[in-house]
Design a protein around this ligand. Structure first.
Ligand code: IPE
Ligand code: IPE
Ligand code: MG
Length: 255
């Protein structure tokens, strides 16, 4: 039976969400999960779950802009997601191109930088072209930096960083003893960006699935059983509100 009005999980009421405007996370990273289950619960094809998930992306980017979040990273396709059936992979790639084409104008007008992280050279050529074009045309914007993580894997990113650093050492351009955590960070896709303050994962799973393994050393985690297509601005505010109650010590002691 179709249930287009959302499952029980999607009906939730938060009381007293009060955000401290001076403590908005600079970088929010989201593992957008649960599109397939959202569709299956409604007897719809999984691809329609992904399509509904794109609507959530629209809302969340706008909300991040409104709240003054500087970086928003969205995990859209992992290095392991190639294991899925070919039709699902193709549907996801098609949605990506549609999203970039349909949203470009509004995102650009709102000052969003449309960036991508991950090895996009394995994506279909039209996806690569749209991603490169979107980045080239928005890279000088000063609003939210939207990082679309595509064919992204944390392990892959670290290995790539090691290879690139090794080449520089071999050429004598850097001294091996000068490599430390902050120099190594510059060899990752997220070079020059702050680490995520909070990692949000909807859909009930409590794992990283190879996401930002290096960068999340001191990130706060926030999980919810809401599937991504049902996730909305209030959920984001609730996540930020909870984040603001956390005591981030970074290995030190409470002040
Ligand atoms: C997230 O939703 C989107 C991608 C991984 C591309 P899923 O497709 O993983 O949804 P579930 O986990 O099967 O519900
Ligand atoms: C993680 O979700 C990847 C993305 C959201 C893009 P998955 O659905 O692929 O993760 P697992 O398989 O449940 O760990
Ligand atoms: Mg999933």
């Amino acid at each position: 039976m179709f249930n287009l009005f959302g499952s029980k999980k999607s009906r939730r009421h938060y009381e007293h969400i009060h955000l401290d405007k001076n403590n908005i996370p600079k970088h929010i990273a989201i593992i957008m999960d649960g599109n397939g289950r959202w569709a299956e619960e409604r007897n719809l094809p999984r691809a329609l779950g992904h399509k509904a998930g794109v609507e959530t992306i629209r809302k969340i980017v706008k909300e991040c802009d409104r709240l003054g979040v500087k970086y928003l990273t969205l995990y859209a396709f992992s290095t392991e997601n190639w294991k899925r059936p070919q039709e699902e992979v193709s549907a996801l790639m098609k949605l990506l191109v549609e999203y970039l084409k349909n949203e470009f104008k509004e995102l650009n007008e709102n000052g969003v930088v449309i960036n991508h992280i991950g090895d996009i050279t394995r994506l279909p050529q039209n996806c690569q072209d749209e991603l490169n074009k979107a980045y080239e045309n928005t890279k000088n914007n000063t609003g939210v930096v939207l990082n679309l993580a595509l064919n992204y894997g944390g392990r892959d990113e670290i290995i790539r960083g090691i290879k690139n650093i090794y080449k520089k050492v071999q050429k004598g351009e850097i001294n091996i003893d000068s490599i430390n955590g902050s120099t190594f960070s510059n060899y990752l896709y997220t070079a020059n960006m702050p680490d995520p303050d909070i990692i949000i994962r909807p859909s009930g799973e409590q794992r990283l699935s190879n996401f930002m393994l290096w960068q999340c050393a001191y990130s706060e985690f926030w999980y919810s059983d809401i599937n991504w297509p049902d996730f909305n601005e209030k959920d984001l505010e609730k996540a930020i509100c909870d984040y603001q109650q956390r005591d981030r010590r970074f290995g030190g002691i409470k002040k």
